[in-house]
Design a protein around this ligand. Structure first.
Ligand code: GLC
Length: 667
């Protein structure tokens, strides 16, 4: 059952698709009071209670024990001491022996979750402005609560099927020539690939909707050629746009009055990649239309996928901060004592002053002006709605690929996400795993992290191990930052091993796509910690390095350097599949309990529940070339089983239960 409580006069947040009448009674479980920091919601925590949710954030699957913030921010690196990342997903589930409920704080502004940080036996949530809707969902299990929440907020975004293929990306060295070279090398290695992301270096001076004339001299022809080869190019779209009258997209925006204003009514401007930029006010319909119109050029070229970035929105420097930093930098009479150097070194921090530069713009919502901090967390989501409106304008019947960096609850209906600028760290491989169930709980099914790590130099071993995990997640993209070791897989000593792991991904796509689509159709989580499915198993409760994948499988990656295996806990009897290529499958029946699984660097393992089976196809070079007729069922069956298989044309928006069929399997 879902109950709604209203505090103050909330801004519209576009998060829910169901209208729930507000309750007049006070909300159960929480003590609500106005405190100095804002409106607080406090609940006592029982010793055995776990707290799940919060989507994209740091630390464990069970979020209890730390303090988290919702205020979308571009603040790499994603270390444990951070409290906020690029998104804001204010849904959590509290589950213990006595109570199980979910709570969604639908608040688009600064919101803090002290989940047993100040007092280990108490959780206190604070809304800075106290203007919010709170939805309380009581049900018997985390899975049941999550389903009701997902029904409240609407069906998760579904990308085209080709988006499940391997995606190569790189910030810094992308060109027609580099893409062709990578494709050639991948062909030689037998490494399947469907798409390339185009980062800002593919643009003309980092300006949205353009092409770098040197590295992409013939974009139309290049896009066409790649299409003929079955390769999708996925351009980046950043939130802000260069403030420059020579830029036609900016001029059009100015004519239509689509940009955010400062308090005095002047156009707000701050520095991002292309220089001084204006920030489209995606809260307004006309701005979303302006964005949609900008996409048509790309769409007409045959492009059908995008990634949207810098939409927290990210600001490198404000105009005030920039001026102060410039003044300090040009001071000639500075006495360069230790303090002087300290101040010089701090110039970077002066560039952006949250107080004077960052809060200094407004959005127009239903004819009212909202200062950015009041609705800050919706910005990236509103941009995603604009992208989606542009796609529908072009072709209402087909799906387009979109994954965004910033997101909120609501935009999960129109976009996927990648998990931001991670590092080539082993701890981030594990964080990738831990974030997935939290993302699913908050509606984000199409998600994945930058495989191999974005910042820092990866290693052969880390890349290979990360691929061994990444093949199980819907968005499988290898992306890295300029100045770091290049990460195209042919460059590694282990390139052949890596190619075989990517081949396994393609063999698994019939299963992954089927489970993804069923989870979307049924408002379920595709990735779950063991605690969700085995609530009565005390061992399962504490396991945070294994995940259930769909209704049949469990994954347990190796996430430590030099490890040649790992301990795995099986909550029930399972078939272990160990492999290093699609045709090297070893099948071993294991009983419930603890097992040490030996795994050479090139080997991965996954587990299929006893009396279940999954489809496994012959490898293919592209998603579209996966042969249905090559599918065989793998499993440990002692009784008959029917696998519920979903497949469709992979592109139409008409998604229906009619695409489900049962594949009968005999022992
Ligand atoms: C941001 C994105 C990253 C991208 C870079 C350049 O840091 O998170 O993925 O490569 O900008 O566009």
């Amino acid at each position: 059952m879902i109950r709604r409580y209203v505090y103050g006069q909330p801004w519209p947040s576009f998060s829910c698709v169901q209208e729930i009448c507000p309750e007049a009674e006070p909300m159960p479980y929480f003590h609500v009071q106005q405190a100095e920091k804002g409106l607080t919601f406090t609940t006592k925590l029982e010793k055995d209670e776990a707290i799940y949710g919060l989507g994209e954030n740091v630390r464990g699957i069970n979020k209890r024990g730390f303090v988290y913030r919702s205020y979308a921010v571009d603040d790499a690196p994603e270390t444990e001491s951070k409290s906020a990342l690029y998104a804001s997903h204010n849904f959590l589930v509290i589950k213990g022996g006595k109570r199980c409920f979910g709570v969604f704080f639908d608040d688009p502004s600064l919101f803090e979750f002290d989940l047993g940080f100040t007092d280990p036996e108490e959780a206190t949530m604070t809304s800075r402005y106290g203007k919010l809707n709170v939805y309380l969902i009581e049900n018997r299990s985390v899975i049941a609560v999550a389903k009701e929440f997902r029904q409240l907020t609407g069906r998760s975004y579904i990308p085209p099927k080709w988006a499940f293929g391997y995606i190569q990306s790189r910030f810094g060295d992308c060109s027609e020539e580099e893409i062709n070279r990578t494709l050639d090398e991948y062909r030689k290695l037998g490494l399947p690939i469907d798409s390339f992301c185009l980062d800002i270096d593919c643009l003309d001076e980092y300006q949205n909707f353009t092409w770098n004339p040197v590295t992409f001299p013939n974009p139309e022809q290049f896009v066409r050629e790649k299409q003929e080869e079955g390769i999708h190019l996925i351009p980046i779209v950043d939130a802000a746009i260069r403030k420059d009258d020579a830029n036609e997209d900016y001029r059009r925006g100015k004519e239509k009055d689509v940009f955010c204003k400062g308090p005095g009514g002047e156009e707000f401007a701050a520095y991002v990649w292309p220089g001084l930029c204006a920030f489209p006010d995606y809260f307004q319909e006309k701005t979303r239309k302006w964005l949609g119109d900008r996409l048509q050029r790309y769409l007409r070229m045959g492009i059908s996928g995008f990634w949207s970035d810098m939409n927290e929105p990210s600001v490198f420097a404000g105009q005030g901060g920039f001026r102060r930093a410039a003044e300090l930098a040009s001071a000639t009479d500075e006495n360069y004592s230790f303090l002087g150097f300290g101040r010089m070194m701090g110039i970077g921090q002066l560039l952006y002053d949250e107080k004077s530069d960052g809060k200094n713009f407004c959005h127009r919502i239903d004819d009212e002006l909202a200062e950015n901090p009041e609705v800050h967390n919706l910005y990236g989501g509103m941009m995603a709605f604009g992208m989606d409106e542009g796609f529908r304008m072009y072709n209402p019947d087909e799906r387009f690929l979109l994954f965004s960096r910033s997101s909120c609850i609501g935009s999960h209906r129109v976009s996927g996400v990648w998990l931001g600028d991670n590092h080539s760290w082993w701890s981030h491989l594990l964080m990738n795993l831990k974030m997935m169930p939290s993302m699913n709980l908050c509606g984000y099914l199409f998600a994945g992290a930058d495989i191999g790590g974005f910042n820092g130099d990866t290693t052969d071993e880390l890349m290979l191990r990360w691929l061994e995990l990444g093949i199980f997640f819907p968005l499988m993209r290898n992306h890295s930052c300029w100045g770091t070791r290049k990460q195209e897989l042919y460059r590694f000593r282990y390139s052949e091993k890596m190619a075989k792991i990517v081949q396994i991904r393609y063999s698994l796509i019939p299963y992954l796509y089927s489970e993804f689509m069923k989870a979307a159709l049924r408002d379920e989580c595709m990735y779950r910690p063991l605690a969700f499915d085995y609530p009565d198993d005390p061992r399962a409760a504490g396991i945070e390095d294994q995940l259930l994948l769909g209704q049949e499988c469990m994954i347990a990656p190796v996430y430590e350097q030099n490890a040649k295996g790992r301990m795995v806990y099986l909550p029930e009897d399972m078939l272990m599949i160990r492999m290093s290529s699609p045709d090297s499958m070893e099948e071993i029946c294991l009983a419930r309990g603890d097992h040490y699984i030996a795994l050479e660097t090139e080997q991965l393992a996954f587990f299929i529940r006893k009396n279940r089976a999954i489809p496994f196809a012959a490898p293919a070079d592209k998603v579209k070339n996966i042969e249905e007729s090559s599918i065989r069922m793998i499993g440990w069956l002692q009784e008959e089983y029917g696998y519920e298989y979903y497949n469709d044309d992979g592109i139409s928006r008409q998604i229906s239960q009619d695409n489900l069929k049962i594949i009968p399997c005999k022992p």
